[in-house]
Design a protein around this ligand. Structure first.
Ligand code: CA
Length: 222
């Protein structure tokens, strides 16, 4: 899952980035409104954390522009304490939720998780394909009840595949949602990581559609 943080206060932006990376999100940071808008409209994010008071282009303007262009990514706005009008304006502009500064990282994380989950009807924290289970709060992955130890990227890749079961995902889509902008990943890297995953979870669940990409699916449905 990939997140864009648009925040001009470097300290806050960087601490959010560090925290989210520890929770295995891929994170890009933009330090002004224009850069934030450019990234948000050109890259495919799973969520945007958007400060309202920004140089060059403010958060409300970014929000309005994105919604007008049909970008439906969940947006969580950050407001300074007491700026009630800002919150209302932000929500009116199409943001999904807001958080007042200062906030605890735990609260930010809880709201991010709730927003990312929202489109998926199941409030289920556990993703499952046959006897493969992935718990998105404990990061525990099990196959037939046996715990499988994955690296951070292997986990993120598996989570992304399992959130889109029975759906072919292209290498580009996978790169976009599992790695951040700086990572500069080549399509071959995806192949390599798919190989690592197959070695750990078993070779039967992830199918290759040559020339298209990969999909994870239940053997029962094949
Ligand atoms: Ca600011």
């Amino acid at each position: 899952m990939r997140i864009l943080v648009v925040e001009d206060e470097h300290k806050i932006a960087n601490s959010i980035k560090r925290g989210l990376e520890q929770e295995l999100f891929a994170v890009d940071v933009a330090y002004d409104g224009e850069e934030g808008y450019d990234l948000a409209s050109s890259e495919d994010y799973d969520l945007i954390v958007l400060d309202l008071m920004l140089p060059k282009l403010d958060g409300v303007a970014i929000c309005k522009k994105l919604r007008k262009e049909g970008v439906h990514v969940p947006i969580l706005i950050l407001t300074a304490k007491g700026q009630i009008n800002d919150k209302v304006e932000g929500l009116d502009a199409g943001a999904d939720d807001y958080l007042t500064k200062p906030f605890s990282f735990e609260e930010l994380l809880a709201r991010i998780r709730a927003l990312i989950r929202r489109p998926h009807k199941a409030q289920n924290l556990e993703l499952r394909i046959d006897n493969l289970q992935l718990n998105t709060t404990t990061y525990e992955v099990k196959r037939a009840g046996k715990i499988i130890s994955l690296s951070n990227k292997e986990y993120s890749l598996l989570e992304y595949l399992m959130r889109h079961p029975n759906q072919i995902l292209t290498k580009d889509q996978i790169i976009t949602h599992v790695w951040n902008y700086e990572a500069d990943i080549l399509p071959n890297t995806v192949e390599v990581y798919i190989g690592y995953l197959r070695n750990k979870i078993g070779k039967d669940l992830i199918n290759t559609r040559r020339g298209f990409g990969y999909k994870i699916c239940s053997k029962k449905q094949e």
